[in-house]
Design a protein around this ligand. Structure first.
Ligand SMILES: Cc1cc2nc3c(=O)[nH]c(=O)nc-3n(C[C@H](O)[C@H](O)[C@H](O)COP(=O)(O)OP(=O)(O)OC[C@H]3O[C@@H](n4cnc5c(N)ncnc54)[C@H](O)[C@@H]3O)c2cc1C
Length: 478
């Protein structure tokens, strides 16, 4: 992997830390709390966004909120760029140290501090791996629902900073919907707690809501208090096949109108079905289908879920859909889910790709897929779409195929811009869950009016007047 030249920190009013500065950090972080070895710099210079890599000057690995505070105070005094980091699974380049400086990794702050069964809350540090948190609450028959597909590796702080989501956000909402309070540290090292365990609290502005989804640009999150719910007693998964995209899209709108509220409602269009069929053997009933909806139902009673599945099949058949595949047993459900969960890997296996995280109002799903195909075709590319249909949020993958690199980059950018223009015209947005980060920032003006962007920049300046926190992210160059 080739490291790219960093943004010039001096142009941002920042400087890269010098050796004596790093030595001062090492004094209280300890020898294993500040890393400058080439391997660590390279590993923390990238995330899961394309093959981008920007080398930082050092990685700080604090063990407590107090150490985060001291680290930030020193960085602030020195005007050093600081990039908060979870697991580096981000898909918009949010954790890339594009101006060099300090990567502030929360990986060693991974304790679950309190499981409060009386209030149904859990308080955990930002570095806890999401799946570990979910397994812990599951032992008590409870659920913390947000379920990004990266849950075995991504960390809570990254989920909060991106307001991440997953298939179950269809019924349960995004990460932000589960946050009651945050423990954070401001750019100058000042600790700031927001919210708490109250279910309702309208005293003043909603700082918790502002910080969730702020992509590491306003404060460093060190811990969070989250709501929990009882785990549903029964789940059922079904796949509804359709001979046409419009029929599948119409079924999505119709099932909600009919009063159903599935835990998940995921769409695979033609190209995604063909791709996943190369990795996972598809049941014969799905052969030749043009669109699939994978629906998960949950509730108290198996029988009630079976009745609901029958009602959904009837609704789908009324729109031209075929026979539903229904899975009750856990192993069968996993087999159906594999068709959805392997699709990303399958699509990306054969080609270099660029993933756009487009979201539109649910009723515009079919138009979104058509816009993606048209934008790609105009540039001689192919677009493959799949994702969270219940949320109107599809991952559009533009594929390089056998185009030469230079031509690919040019055409990819042109297709992506055309797609986002179409998405915004449909009332949608340039990202549903992956964040703006580094790679989508040039599209922010498509989504927001100049007055809104000016207000966001003013909020950034209020939280972080020196601009040390995650410089170069979210906002396009002035
Ligand atoms: C295979 C795969 C599947 C994925 N599936 C999904 C999915 O289904 N849904 C989804 O929403 N996303 C998905 N993602 C994207 C990614 O996993 C999420 O955005 C995740 O929440 C990032 O967490 P992280 O710990 O890796 O954060 P990082 O990548 O380390 O950081 C992400 C952003 O958060 C900031 N940040 C991190 N920690 C903190 C903190 N403590 N305080 C302040 N800012 C912080 C960083 O500066 C950066 O801007 C997927 C990624 C992969 C690779």
């Amino acid at each position: 992997m080739t490291a790219l030249p960093p943004l010039d920190p001096t142009a941002l009013g920042l400087v890269r830390p010098d050796a004596p500065g790093l030595a001062r950090l090492r004094e209280f972080l300890g020898p294993d709390g500040l890393r400058t070895d080439a391997g660590a710099l390279e590993a923390h210079g990238r995330d899961e966004t394309e093959s981008l890599c920007f080398l930082p000057d050092a990685i700080a690995l604090p063990r407590s909120t107090g150490e985060v505070s001291r680290t930030l105070a020193l960085c602030h005094a020195g005007r050093w760029p600081v990039v908060p980091r979870g697991a580096g699974t981000g898909l918009s380049g949010g954790a890339l140290p594009v101006a060099g400086g300090i990567v502030l990794s929360l990986a060693r702050m991974d304790r679950i501090r309190e499981l409060d069964l009386a209030n149904l809350t859990v308080t955990a540090e930002a570095g806890v791996v999401l799946a570990d948190l979910q397994r812990r609450v599951d032992e008590h028959g409870l659920r913390y629902p947000p379920d990004p597909a990266s849950r075995e590796s991504c960390r809570l702080g990254g989920n909060l900073a991106e307001n991440s989501a997953g298939p179950r956000s269809c019924k349960y909402g995004t990460t932000g919907d589960w946050v009651l309070g945050l423990e954070t540290v401001l750019a100058d090292g000042t600790p700031l707690a927001t919210g708490g365990k109250n279910r309702k609290d309208v005293a003043g502005y909603d700082l918790t809501g502002l910080l969730v989804g702020s992509e590491g640009t306003l404060a460093v999150i060190t811990a969070a208090t989250l709501r929990l719910v009882a785990r549903p007693r029964a789940t059922l998964t079904l796949i509804l096949p359709f001979p046409a995209l419009d029929a599948a899209a119409a079924a999505v709108a119709a099932l909600f109108l009919d009063g159903h509220h599935p835990a998940a409602c995921e769409l695979l269009e033609e190209g995604a079905i063909a791709a996943v069929a190369r990795l996972v053997p598809l049941p014969a009933a799905l052969a030749g289908q043009v669109a699939l909806l994978l629906v998960e139902l949950d509730g108290d009673e198996d029988e009630a879920l079976l009745d609901e599945a029958a009602a959904l099949e009837e609704l789908a058949r009324g729109l031209g859909g075929g026979e539903a595949l229904v899975a009750r047993e856990a192993a069968e459900q996993r087999r159906l889910w594999e068709i959805r969960s392997k699709v990303g890997e399958a699509v990306k296996q054969g080609s270099v790709y660029k993933e756009a995280d487009a979201v539109v109002p649910r009723a515009a799903l079919a138009e979104l897929v058509r816009a993606a195909r048209a934008a790609a075709a105009r540039q001689g590319l192919r677009a493959v779409c799949y994702g969270h249909a219940g949320d109107g949020n599809l991952h559009v993958n533009l594929l390089q195929g056998d185009l030469p690199d230079a031509l690919w980059r040019e055409r990819r950018d042109a297709a992506e811009e055309e797609l986002f223009r179409a998405v915004v015209a449909l009332g949608g947005s340039i990202t549903g869950e992956h964040g703006v980060g580094w790679t989508q920032r040039r599209y922010l003006p498509l989504r927001h009016a100049p007055a809104a962007i000016a207000l966001m920049r003013a909020i950034k300046r209020t939280f972080d007047p020196a601009g040390i926190l995650n410089p170069g992210k979210i906002f396009p160059d002035p």
